[in-house]
Design a protein around this ligand. Sequence first.
Ligand SMILES: Nc1ncnc2c1ncn2[C@@H]1O[C@H](COP(=O)(O)OP(=O)(O)OP(=O)(O)O)[C@@H](O)[C@H]1O
Ligand SMILES: [Mg+2]
Length: 154
Amino acid sequence: MDALGVQLGCALSAAAVVYLTGELGAGKTTLVRGVLRGLGFTGRVRSPTYTLMEGYEFPGRVFHHLDLYRIHDAGELEFLGVRELDAADRWVFVEWPERGVSELPPPDLELKFELRDPGRRIGLSARSEQGRKLAETWRTLVKTATAPGLAGLD
Ligand SMILES: Nc1ncnc2c1ncn2[C@@H]1O[C@H](COP(=O)(O)OP(=O)(O)OP(=O)(O)O)[C@@H](O)[C@H]1O
Ligand SMILES: [Mg+2]
């Protein structure tokens, strides 16, 4: 999942809002960690489980990684300023988006993680024109992923 994330990150250029859904331990954080590596980030990538949001600065663009697992009411998100996460100039990757959907920018792309025995499955669903372009690029990578334990993909 990490290796696949790196490939996806290398193929990520335009700004995008990506929702990552799937059960606990499905590999969402692991994939985002890879994406950040693919974008060239070399520091430590922490899961935003407790902080809710982590930010990473890249030349000309900021990457926001959110994990809303601990949110019970979308109103709790107001203080994070997620409404200001204008998709036009940012990357916004959200784990557990269903917990805060009314406060979040709408997704361009949704990645659905499913645990399989063995491995995982990732389904891509484009939610905007921009997301459709990204899905086209990413689908090929996801299909050819050779990460250990990674099963078939949509
Ligand atoms: N092929 C794989 N891809 C990703 N993770 C794997 C794989 N095989 C085993 N794992 C393990 O599964 C766990 C995935 O955890 P991760 O934190 O990425 O999940 P998550 O979807 O972010 O969960 P949460 O909803 O709790 O945030 C890691 O401990 C990782 O080592
Ligand atoms: Mg996680």
